[in-house]
Every structure is written in structure tokens, then in C-alpha cells.
Design a binder for this molecule. Structure first.
Ligand SMILES: [Zn+2]
Length: 422
């Protein structure tokens, strides 16, 4: 594909007539699959050994990648520039998505069925999904098999009939300020501290192990293109170990986020958060590492869908609302508040309190019914959208560590039912 397009570019620059140009290589999934089907006997005579989905998925991802690249070039896609798809390396991010064929779970709740591969035993019980399927309140649309840190995971895309409760009209309001030292601090409009999660600093805890593993890795024979040496078995083993060390803080983060967001969405009626540009802060490099370690972006994402599930309302404060600089007692707005000042001292009244708590109280006040102006209400759960009763929720694929699933509140795993393959 790339060769064809480069050839076309060269032809244009050398002044070949428009009609004589090499045509563009087709990029649609359908066209790519068609080309594959005509060529597969020639380039991959062994193709029958695998599920046809493996190739179909590959062409689909290629066409998606190209579409993203083109959209990024033409400015249709926001964010970071997207390059032309690269070749996939074997052994990295291995995954395949099955959309047709014999996909399912068995009645014994410890096996899953996949096309061509057949029956596989799972480490985790599949009972929640199986129960839903037996009660015909769920339908499996696809299964994605993937390998991360030496373990195989399967995640199902499931269509679920889920009763969406009408938004509660209660008066339990919480304002949540997110930070780095204290991950989340919640307060009521009256100034009472309700919630506090300290940052467990998961990555820091693993730092020693990481350093040792990286050191060990550097002493082993790695793959070298120039000399043609292959990676040694010990190198590959150590690499797997390193990946497991990396996976640990990620799993802890996910677990903590799930527990906190479920707790908040269940126990409060109006939840006010700041509209933080998390990706922007991480990119700016200022607090990037701590920020990504804290997993704040994921916190917001979970809060958004869980408030819909449990009938609470999420209120997002304006990005420029000065929640930290405002005094929560008298409403004075300070012009400047350096980052290191951890205690808020008001200059107009005797109010002295923790900086983050002060911000949380201000946010909680935004949730009061008398404060309609500069706020955006999560549309899915807002009273005016009026979505009630049964609603089909499609949940995209999601891979989680099976261990987390067991601890995470059960609601979270009803829709996402990944199970580890033993
Ligand atoms: Zn004050």
C-alpha cells in the first residue's frame, strides 16, 4: 500500500499526466479483505490453520489505521498527529477479535468457546456473564483475545439490557477535587470533609523492583539487528518479568479507581467535579508522571458512566472556575495561589483550611440547586434527557486483570466480563 502511494507521489512530482497515474491503493476494510482473499493462497498457504477472523481483523485494523492517518493529515481528527500504520511485531500487543462463529461461555462457568480454537479453561469464573445470558438479558457480540505480560485475556463485547434508573432528586451533594498528593478529596457544601483517598504512589513502590529488573535485562543478550544475534531465552524471561512489574501498579490503579467511583456514584445524588484537561497536563510534562500514575483521566471516565447507571447526576464545573483560589467561606477570589501553598489562608476572613478541601467545598457549592449558571450537567443522566427504563448499553472491549474483577464492585464487571485463560 505504502509502495503504491509513494510511487504515485513520485509520479506527481515528475509531472505524469493525471490519467496515467497509478491508482490509489484501496483502503476500505472490504476492499482490503477482497485483496487478501485473492492473494492468500499465494502469500500464506497455511491460512486455513487459523480462524479467518484473524485475517479479517488484521485488514480491518489496517483500514482503520489508514483512515486515522488520513483524517489526521486533513485535520478531521483532533489531537496528536497519527502516522501511517507500522508493521506489527510478533510478540507485542498480540490480540485478535472474533465477531462471528462459535463464541460463548459454557454452563460449567469455567470455560469459554472461541471459533477454531475451541474450548478454553478460564482462571476466573464466568458466572456473571453466564447468568445474564441464561436469563437472556445479554448477548455476546464479539470476543477479543489478547496477551499482556505473559497472560492471555479474553474480553467480550456484550449487549446488555440494563435498567437505567431515573436520576435521583436527593440532596446529598459532594464536590470532588482531584490532586496528586491526595487523590480525591470530597466535601459537602457546608464544608465537611466526606471523602479522602491518599495517593498510594503505586509506581514508586515498584521502583526498586523495576530498577533491578532493568539492570538484569541489560546484562542479558538481546536481539541485535546489526550483528544478527537473537535474544536469549533468559532475556525473554526477564522481559516477561519486567512486564509483570509494570502491570502491577496499573492494576492497583484500576482497582482503586473502580472502588472509589462506584462508592461515590452510589452514595451521592449530585457529584461536582472540575473539568480538568488531564491529557494536556500529562503532555506538558510538568506533573506528567505523577498524574498518569494517579490515573485521573480514568477516574472521570468511570464517574461519567457510573452516575448514569446509579441514577446520580454528574456536574462538571467550567474549566476556568477558580475552585482553588476562591475562599469557601466569604467567596473572596485570590489573584494568585502558588502550587506549593498547601494551606488556604483567606485575607478577608479568618478562614484557614487545607487547600484541596477548600477547592472541594467550592465545587460542592456549585452543585446546590441555586447555582445553575456556569456548569455542564452530564447529559446522559440529566433529568431533561429523560431516558428511563430499559436501555441497551453497548460496552466496548475492555481488558482487565482477572484479579481486579473479583475485588471491583460487581456492577462494574457485569457488562465487562473479561476472564483470564488458564
Ligand atoms: Zn474568606
Amino acid at each position: 500500500m505504502k509502495a503504491t502511494n509513494d510511487l504515485r507521489k513520485a509520479e506527481i512530482s515528475s509531472g505524469v499526466a493525471k490519467s496515467a497515474l497509478t491508482p490509489y491503493f484501496p483502503t476500505s476494510h472490504y476492499a482490503l479483505r477482497k485483496i487478501w482473499n485473492t492473494k492468500k493462497d499465494l502469500v500464506a498457504p497455511w491460512w486455513r490453520e487459523n480462524s479467518k477472523e484473524a485475517y479479517s481483523d488484521g485488514t480491518k485494523r489496517l483500514s482503520l489505521g489508514v483512515a486515522n492517518h488520513i483524517d489526521s493529515l486533513t485535520g478531521k481528527r483532533k489531537g496528536k498527529p497519527v502516522g501511517f500504520p507500522k508493521y506489527h511485531k510478533r510478540g507485542q500487543h498480540e490480540s485478535v477479535r472474533f465477531t462471528t462463529g462459535n463464541i460463548g461461555v459454557t454452563v460449567d462457568r469455567h470455560h469459554i468457546l472461541l471459533p477454531v480454537i475451541g474450548q478454553i479453561r478460564t482462571y476466573e469464573s464466568t458466572r456473571k456473564l453466564t447468568r445474564r445470558i441464561e436469563a437472556s438479558s445479554a448477548r455476546i457480540l464479539a470476543a477479543t483475545l489478547c496477551r499482556t505480560c505473559g497472560k492471555w485475556f479474553v474480553s467480550f463485547t456484550v449487549e446488555v439490557d440494563r435498567a437505567i434508573p431515573a436520576p435521583r432528586k436527593g440532596k446529598r451533594i459532594i464536590g470532588i477535587d482531584v490532586g496528586i498528593n491526595t487523590l480525591h478529596i470530597g466535601a459537602s457544601p457546608s464544608g465537611k470533609e466526606i471523602l479522602r483517598t491518599e495517593n498510594p504512589r503505586n509506581t514508586d513502590k515498584q521502583a526498586k523492583l523495576l530498577r533491578r529488573s532493568n539492570k538484569n535485562l541489560s546484562r542479558k543478550q538481546s536481539h541485535n539487528k546489526q550483528t544478527g544475534t537473537k535474544a536469549s531465552n533468559r532475556y525473554i524471561k526477564e522481559q516477561e518479568r519486567l512486564r509483570r512489574i509494570h502491570a502491577k501498579p496499573a492494576n492497583c490503579r484500576l482497582d482503586l479507581n473502580h472502588k472509589t467511583t462506584t462508592n461515590i456514584a452510589k452514595n451521592f445524588d449530585r457529584i461536582v467535579v472540575e473539568d480538568l484537561n488531564v491529557a494536556g497536563i500529562i503532555q506538558s510534562g510538568l506533573l506528567g508522571k505523577q498524574m498518569s500514575d494517579a490515573g485521573l483521566g480514568e477516574f472521570y471516565r468511570q464517574l461519567k458512566y457510573k452516575t448514569i447507571w446509579y441514577g446520580s447526576t454528574l456536574v462538571i464545573a467550567d474549566r476556568f472556575y477558580p475552585s482553588s483560589k476562591t475562599c469557601s467561606k466569604c467567596g473572596l477570589v485570590k489573584a494568585k495561589l502558588p502550587r506549593f501553598e498547601r494551606i488556604y489562608k483567606c485575607t478577608a476572613c479568618p478562614n484557614v483550611l487545607d487547600r484541596d478541601l477548600n477547592a472541594a467545598v467550592n465545587l460542592a457549592k456549585l452543585g446546590l440547586p441555586s447555582q445553575p449558571s456556569n456548569i455542564v450537567v452530564n447529559s446522559g443522566s440529566s433529568p431533561e434527557s429523560g431516558r428511563r427504563g430499559l436501555r441497551k448499553t453497548k460496552v466496548p472491549k475492555n481488558s482487565m486483570n482477572s484479579k481486579d474483577i473479583n475485588v471491583v464492585a460487581d456492577e462494574a464487571s457485569i457488562l465487562k466480563q473479561p476472564a483470564m485463560v488458564a
